[in-house]
Design a protein around this ligand. Sequence first.
Ligand code: NAP
Ligand code: HSE
Length: 431
Amino acid sequence: MSVPLRLGIAGLGTVGIGVVKIVQGQADLIAARAGRRVTITAVSARDARKNRDADLSACAWETNPVALAERADVDVLVEVMGGHDGPAKAATEAAFAHGKDVVTANKALLAHHGQALALAAEAAGKALRFEAAVAGGIPVIKALTEGLAGNRIKRVMGVMNGTCNYILTRMQSAGLPYAEVFEEARQLGYLEADPTLDVGGIDAGHKLSLLAAIAFGTRVSFGAVELEGIGNVSIDDIRLAEDMGYRIKLLGVAQLTGRGLEQRMTPCLVPSASPLGQLQGGTNMVVLEGDAVGQIVLRGPGAGQGPTASAVMADVIDIARGVRLPTFGIPATMLAIPTPASSATPAPYYLRMTLLDKPGALAKIATCLGESGISIDQMRQLHRPGDRAEDAVVLIVTHKAAPADVAHSLAQFARTGVLVGQPVAIRIEEV
Ligand code: NAP
Ligand code: HSE
């Protein structure tokens, strides 16, 4: 058997300790699969005195993760600290400068610095792998870079933030408002230290931008992802959408169209009966569409110690086997600079508004839509207990419409004199 592959693990939190447990608990299985043993020679974290729920007595301790990356007895830096700048970036750069491979679970780091780090890895002739950074335990990076390598990818879609999916499905099943379920998620420890990373769609946007780079052979362009979080999704819309056969998901969609690279991470309606519509709780789902294969649906745990460490280990074992793939599927020097789509692909829209319940009110709204070139597919008027007698809640599902036309139409509604409050418009994604 060849010489062991020696890991230096920077970060001993949820993921780092998960990696330690697999390396120690499955040593023989990994050696058999990799053709060599995988060992941990050194580790780093902030607090050397913390109880880590793992036996680290055989590992050297480094306070500084950069020093860990530079150690002569480390072949692979496993970066599981987090953060898109600071020590994660410095240690990754140091690793390449000192001829080490890097495995990371850090989507923020790659969303912000993916191109520069991939270039650094290639210049050093080393690997930069990140299976754990997207959809936790789901092997989606492998599926795109290897399993679907013979396909022209048409679209990548998915629910990639478990916390948001937990909040939305819990609102729906328990009939609770957003604020109450957000608090529940906080108490359950589901939220990131900065919750806007989750509920603002940023974490999921990071992941989508990484998938888009591989799928379309373009440089990571997180800054061009259209982002909208779930903070404005109301229990009203969840209930009304359900009545019409839809569920609301924080859905990521990336596709290359004649208008450029479209990347969106926004709340969307999807059919309740579709695999995405059926997705409950903190689970993730990624849908990949290739010209030859058709549609692939991958579903599984998007976070947690075991699932995320499982993904880290897949990358470590590849490196131990001598598998060397370009970070984003093709050499970083060949990745194209993407042109962001000038507008999103037209789609049907769900519109909810409150109107004064008087003759001609609906006609005025229909006129605004017609003048924007938007055709109505379905319409319902509701009077629910608790609604003011003089108001009517109106739901409209449009035929496919350009987002700019929908925005123009909403602006026109405000000038009709029959609109009460703000209308709501949510895209319906064809999945
Ligand atoms: P975590 O539990 O907060 O652990 C972070 C670890 O990094 C801690 O051990 C911490 O040290 C260490 N650390 C932080 N700053 C450091 C510094 N300046 N120098 C040395 N060590 C430092 O985080 P995690 O949940 O394991 O996540 C790690 C990475 O995996 C992140 O990029 C995250 O986005 C990604 N990820 C996590 C999950 C998940 O389910 N948790 C899923 C997918 C991806 P102390 O322990 O001493 O404080
Ligand atoms: N906060 C993330 C989620 C963790 O809820 O999916 C995994 O990236």
